[in-house]
Design a protein around this ligand. Structure first.
Ligand SMILES: [Zn+2]
Ligand SMILES: [Zn+2]
Length: 133
């Protein structure tokens, strides 16, 4: 009886986690906790925001997802499996989208004047997304 209960609890937790992972990986860009909650509720209407926070913490710890922090100060989350990419933030709706183009063409380990050796870069584009045009 108690084993049955444990099993059922684990299954439910796994389903919640899977749903949250799916919401994050299927999003066209990094999304906030509130957005994850809204989208995951379509699959699990009873899902509480506290569970979303807990699951995100766990997914960060086990390396499934990573945090994206833009100058608007909000933490957004995306799959940690994404390769080098950049973000586009829409000024109209505030959503952030992944761009798989990289316009930065630099030689590897380029040294800048002053002796700075560059091995990576971050770049965020701003403007209006297709939905808002
Ligand atoms: Zn937009
Ligand atoms: Zn790049």
């Amino acid at each position: 009886m108690s084993r049955m209960t444990t099993h059922r609890t684990n299954t439910r937790r796994t389903t919640q986690r899977d749903t949250i992972v799916e919401v994050i990986t299927q999003s066209p860009g990094p999304i906030t906790v509130e957005q994850i909650h809204e989208l995951a509720k379509k699959t699990i209407p009873s899902l509480g925001i506290a569970t979303v926070y807990r699951t995100i913490k766990l997914l960060l710890e086990n390396g499934t997802i990573q945090t994206v922090v833009l100058p608007d100060g909000l933490s957004r989350y995306e799959s940690a499996a994404l390769g080098h990419h950049h973000h586009f933030r829409c000024r109209a709706c505030g959503n952030v989208f992944d761009l798989d183009i990289c316009p930065v063409k630099l030689p590897k380990d380029m040294t800048l004047p002053g002796g700075y050796t560059v091995d990576d870069h971050e770049l965020t584009f701003y403007g209006t997304c297709p939905n808002c045009q």
